[in-house]
Design a protein around this ligand. Structure first.
Ligand SMILES: Nc1nc2c(c(=O)[nH]1)N[C@H]1C(S)=C(S)[C@@H](COP(=O)(O)O)O[C@H]1N2
Ligand SMILES: [Mo]
Length: 439
């Protein structure tokens, strides 16, 4: 941070890249230079001169405070979108409304959810977790006995490998950030380290994989490398401070930070130590990236560095030229986000965004970029880097390596492929309307 911040107010915020991007320094310091220097379109001076009016809600005693809070009725449109809104008995997806949220934590009611066999109604008093296989002594846990272990807390995103699948279309599908990227969310998780449980069970050195199995009707199971189990995996029992939501694995789930969403087995009932991967349905038939030429990697566990702009984004309209904050989320399954660059001219020039700390590893980091929109066309993009030096790939490079469809995707719920982590571009029209474009 530079000493000269105090002077920022007296100077116009400096330009850092084409089409109106301003230096992130303008966001630092006290009242930010922007409000005064650019005007936010809020007519701050005129409004402040008027006396504050007493609205109806100020003139009577308010509502009774409920035992459980729900959002304001004015926030009704802020909901997840469902892939089976009529409740058909098949796999269901509920997508996070990224374009309507802020910060780095996804509220529990808005965390995305994928359930291949519905949401089981599990009685925690009857649920058991068993650790067995190549161990010295098999163990059995209830939610109550697990809760007596030393608990740890960390931030972590969970992302379905099929998130952003519409981006494999050869032409941009007109969807919001929710429709495109709604299958990733970020929470603070609390639970027991998997290593603690494996150590207590006494794992055989020849045991190289842990097969995790859920208690829902199809017993979803995935093989986790023992190395990952010891690195940072948890059996999570709290989500953002409260017990897990039913749709996120109540009463306990596996958390493998930075790895494919599907490996985060919910309703966890079994951990079996084995010497080879089980080659289950979800690790052999699906959740792998099919490469041009038809080959696939045997496993593709890591969710790679990625970012997308949530505001301004499709579904919103820019009301007036002038100052706007470009903001979005960045994350990497490898570690911390180190840098996010933003472009307002479709990638011709880039400026570095401010990161809102603290920056946690394998978690959302919100970035912000001050921007002065001149009212003309613009193409907004973000590009993230992680601490290991991995860069979010440019679309041309990504498509050359991982492919795209030959025909435009018409079904926005289709999953033509997995693991899209390239850029997202929002095209701003002169009328302030926002479309999904490729640039
Ligand atoms: N038991 C069980 N675990 C599961 C699933 C499931 O249907 N059943 N869905 C998986 C998939 S495909 C993903 S992407 C993540 C999603 O986690 P979330 O629903 O908590 O967001 O959970 C995984 N774990
Ligand atoms: Mo998934």
């Amino acid at each position: 941070m530079k000493k000269s911040n105090g002077n920022a107010r007296s100077r116009a915020p400096e330009s850092v890249a084409g089409n109106g991007l301003l230096h992130r320094r303008a966001l630092l310091g006290r009242g930010i230079a922007i409000a005064g220097a650019l005007g936010t379109g809020a007519a701050a001076t005129g409004a402040a001169a008027e006396a504050v009016k007493d609205e109806a809600w100020s003139l009577e005693f308010g509502g009774i405070t409920p035992v459980l809070q729900t959002p304001s009725p004015f926030e009704k449109p802020v909901t997840r979108t469902l892939s089976n809104p009529n409740g058909e008995f098949r796999n269901s997806h509920a997508r996070t409304p990224h374009h309507l949220l802020g910060g780095a934590i996804t509220p529990n009611s808005h965390h995305f959810s994928i359930n291949h066999a519905g949401i089981p109604n599990i009685d925690p008093a009857k649920h058991k977790l068993v650790v067995h296989g190549m161990v010295r002594q098999p163990l059995e846990f209830s939610l109550e006995s697990l809760s007596r272990y030393p608990l740890v807390t960390r931030m972590a995103f969970v992302e379905c490998a099929g998130n952003s699948a519409p981006m494999f279309s050869n032409e941009p599908v007109q969807l919001t950030a929710q429709g495109l990227h709604g299958l990733v969310s970020c929470s603070e998780w609390t639970g027991v380290r998997l290593s603690t449980l494996l150590d207590e069970a006494g794992i055989d050195p020849k045991g190289k994989w842990v097969v995790a199995e859920g208690a829902d009707a199809h017993f979803l199971d995935r093989s986790i490398p023992v190395k990952k189990a010891y690195d940072d995996a948890l059996v999570a029992i709290y989500q953002n401070g409260e017990r897990l939501m039913p749709g996120n694995g109540y009463p306990m789930r596996l958390l493998v930070p930075g790895y494919q969403g599907n490996m985060n087995v919910k309703f966890l009932r079994r951990l079996k130590v084995v010497d080879q991967p089980a080659m289950t349905f979800f690790e052999s038939k699906t959740y792998s990236q099919i490469l041009p030429g038809g080959r696939t990697w045997r496993f593709h566990f890591l969710m790679e560095v990625k970012s997308f702009i949530t505001s301004p984004s499709m579904g919103q309209t820019l009301k007036a030229p002038g100052y706007h904050a470009i903001s979005g989320v960045a994350y990497s399954g490898t570690g911390r986000i180190s840098k996010v660059m933003v472009s307002a001219d479709g990638g011709k020039s880039w400026g570095e965004a401010a990161l809102q700390g603290p920056v946690h590893e394998k978690a959302f980091t919100r970035f912000v970029m001050p921007w002065k929109w001149d009212g003309g066309p613009a193409v907004l993009q973000s590009r993230a880097w992680d601490e290991a030096g991995n860069a979010q790939p440019l679309r041309a490079d990504f498509v050359a390596e991982r492919g795209q469809t030959k025909e435009p995707i018409t079904n926005p719920l289709a999953f033509p492929n997995q693991h899209y982590n390239s850029l997202t571009s929002w095209g701003i029209g002169a009328n302030g309307e926002i479309k999904h474009v490729y640039a």
